[in-house]
Every structure is written in structure tokens, then in C-alpha cells.
Design a protein around this ligand. Sequence first.
Ligand SMILES: O=C(O)[C@@H](O)C(=O)COP(=O)(O)O
Ligand SMILES: [Zn+2]
Length: 213
Amino acid sequence: MSSKEREVREDIVRLSRSLYQRGFSVGSAGNISAAVDDGILITPTNSCLGFLDPERISKISHDGRHQSGDRASKEVFLHKAFYETRPGTGAVVHLHSTFATALSCLVDIDPDDCVPALTPYVVMRVGKVKLLDYVRPGDEKAGDLIRALGGKHAAVLLANHGPVVTGKDISSAVYAAEELEETAKLLVMLRGLPRRLLSDDNVAELRSVFGER
Ligand SMILES: O=C(O)[C@@H](O)C(=O)COP(=O)(O)O
Ligand SMILES: [Zn+2]
């Protein structure tokens, strides 16, 4: 195993533990993957993000075949679809974090922009979030839904399930997932209040200065 892969495995363990300890995931919910030169590392199915063993993390080839470690997360199709369609994706984080999941259950959110631009940081870190139709966890159709986005979104909400967020590497993806969760919390807190969103010009300025997610 290359020293780079060893480092990525340690990063997955460390950041997953941190997410678990801060309540971004509970029990065995959620899964995290990261690209390495010769495949994709992904958390094993039914594993707890708080207690991962770097040696037992699953490794699959780019075409989805199991290479080593425990059995891969059942959401491997979802993760693979992001790597295949969004160039520059180095990691994918799926959580059941409370507020983002709450948003994914609301009937009146805009499916094309379900996390409106409340603050600059969510625009910079997360970008426009698409709501994907409900499919059973582990259903291969989730991969088709991601592929149909053509790589345009760095983050999605799976209806009645939770967020999936990508990044160029594991820490960027985790930070973006945290930002999405905090923004979802603000949106839920502000429901029913006359909130002010960033204007289209504000968002355009952020995208031109910091790039589009
Ligand atoms: O919600 C589910 O069942 C999955 O999406 C999940 O979060 C955990 O599945 P595994 O990664 O297969 O444990
Ligand atoms: Zn899930």
C-alpha cells in the first residue's frame, strides 16, 4: 500500500470519528469515501463512523469490484456516480445529520435549490443543492439519479434520507457537509420568520471571486 493511501485511510478514520463525536452521525448511519490512485476507499457497510479501523476500510476498483477490506457500504453506487460525473471529486460524505435530513423531509422546499443562499459560506463551500427523489437506501437507482445531474452539483439532499456532499479531498468534503448541516439548522430555525437571503448579485460576486461549487 502506498504511503499516500495509508494517509488517506488515516484521514477517513480521524474525520469520521470527529463527525461522530460531534453528533453529525449516530449509530451506523452515513458513509464516507475517498479516491486513491488505483480505486476508491469507502467505509464498510454497517460500520460506525466513530470506530473505524483503517485496515478494514473497503477498497473497490474504479469499475466497482471489491479489492480488499470489509464489505463496502451499500451506497457504493451513489459514491461511484459522483466520481464518474464530477471531475475533481476526491471524496464523498453521506450523513443523516439532523437538520439537513429535516430539510429533506419538508414538502415545500425548492427541489432545484433546497438550501437557499442564507450566508456567503454556504455558497462558497456547498453551492446549489439539488433534492433527489426518494429511493431505498442501497438502491442502484441512486447512482442513476446522480449521473442525471451531469456533475453540476457538489451536494444533494436525498429525500427523506439525508445529505451527500463532495469535495476535492476528504477534509473539503467533510467541511462542506458541516457547513450544509449548520445552514440547514439556520433555515429550520428561521422558518416562519421574514428572513433575508443573499441577492443574486451577492451570489454572483461570491462565485466570481471564490469559484463555483
Ligand atoms: O441509510 C442507509 O441505510 C445508508 O445510506 C447509510 O447511511 C448506511 O449504510 P451503510 O454505509 O451500508 O452502512
Ligand atoms: Zn443513509
